[in-house]
Design a protein around this ligand. Sequence first.
Ligand code: URA
Ligand code: SF4
Length: 181
Amino acid sequence: MNLEKIKSEVVGCTKCGLCKTRKNAVPGKGSPKSDIVFVGEAPGGTEDERGEPFVGSAGKRLTEALEKNGLSRDSVYITNVVKCRPPGNRVPTEEERAMCMQYLEAELDAIGPKVVCVLGNTASSSVLGQADITKNRGKMVEKNGRKYFLTFHPAAVIYNQKLAAVFEGDIATLAKIVRGI
Ligand code: URA
Ligand code: SF4
């Protein structure tokens, strides 16, 4: 399935209860030829308003880290495990994640990136079945023929200078790894 088709399915999706409270579904966005796909948790308030992923304060952090490493937002692809905002920004349930996973799989199949960058514990547990991001960040993992790189969620580093530096270092490492593949 191509990205336009996936996007139109996401926008009209009513598979889980989050469709009732969303303003806008938030499909992934970016280059269909990207070497890197970034996967977050779920849209927040700004994303729900605009129908675009990572356009609020966490998105600002991510964008800054990308640009410091010569990557523009348009040159990569950015998406989430769950495409509709959970009320009050709660963590998406197991059921919501399972219902939405087909879209992430389809996005990854359509793009075929060199590396999938998993942002934070919700994405890591959903995609890789491992949650300890503090221990596993900065590492590459292979699963079912795909390569993954793990780091913090950018929202987790906003008020913590130390974590912010680690996050930016991880994005620099990722950029270097991808250039070498
Ligand atoms: N946090 C996420 O996980 N995803 C977004 O799109 C925005 C904030
Ligand atoms: Fe569909 Fe995913 Fe939105 Fe649920 S979160 S309604 S599965 S697009």
